[in-house]
Design a protein around this ligand. Structure first.
Ligand code: GDP
Length: 175
């Protein structure tokens, strides 16, 4: 079946320190390593098959350390979705995600590419700088989904990745 052999490429962007490497580590299956301070892998790209709703889908996750959007997507032939990661404890990273979203929409290729706003470190409730209500409003304005995750607690991380797969499957079927 065609749909099961399709591969999706998801590019993760966001300020340094927001937890992109930690999220990518969970995606890559490095779940036994609880010390997420260490570099989990040298590669910035991880491809794996994920089983969602009884169907396998190949997903390539690009953990971009590049600061600019152009640099981040220059080597990627086709981007199916963007994850804009910020830390709920760092307002500047939230502002950066908003900036990136504008830049993405300004490109010709990605005027309609799905964007998922990812508020990571939601375990750090006492250090929260970005209220979820504000992030929700932002997601409505941006016309994108919002997920708050904790890579540390492995909370909502697979909800995020499975959700992306579901969203891209629906999109593929409707176009
Ligand atoms: P990156 O620069 O975006 O790749 O961020 P990293 O994945 O390297 O994470 C930066 C720091 O935040 C590290 O010290 C991680 O241990 C920590 N970190 C990542 N995700 C979480 C999280 O969900 N909760 C908490 N409390 N710390 C996290």
């Amino acid at each position: 079946e065609l749909s099961s052999t399709r591969s999706f490429t998801v590019v993760m962007l966001g300020d340094p320190g927001v937890g992109k490497t930690a999220l990518a580590g969970i995606f890559a299956g490095v779940t036994d390593n609880l010390n997420i301070d260490t570099e989990l892998f040298e590669e910035e790209v991880c491809e794996r098959t994920v089983l969602v709703d009884g169907e396998n889908t190949a997903v390539t996750l690009v953990d971009s350390t590049c600061y600019s959007l152009e640099e981040a997507i220059s080597g990627v032939s086709c981007v199916d979705a963007f994850l804009l990661v910020y830390s709920i404890t760092d307002r500047a990273s939230f502002d950066r995600a908003a900036e990136l979203r504008i830049q993405i929409r300004q490109t010709d290729d990605h005027a309609n590419t799905p964007i998922i706003l990812v508020g990571n470190k939601c375990d750090l409730v006492r250090c929260r700088e970005v209220p979820i209500s504000e992030a929700r409003v932002c997601a409505v304005v941006f016309d994108c989904k919002l997920v708050e995750t904790s890579a540390l607690m492995q909370h909502n991380v697979w909800l995020l990745f499975d959700g992306v797969v579901r969203q891209l499957r629906l999109r593929g079927n409707s176009s």
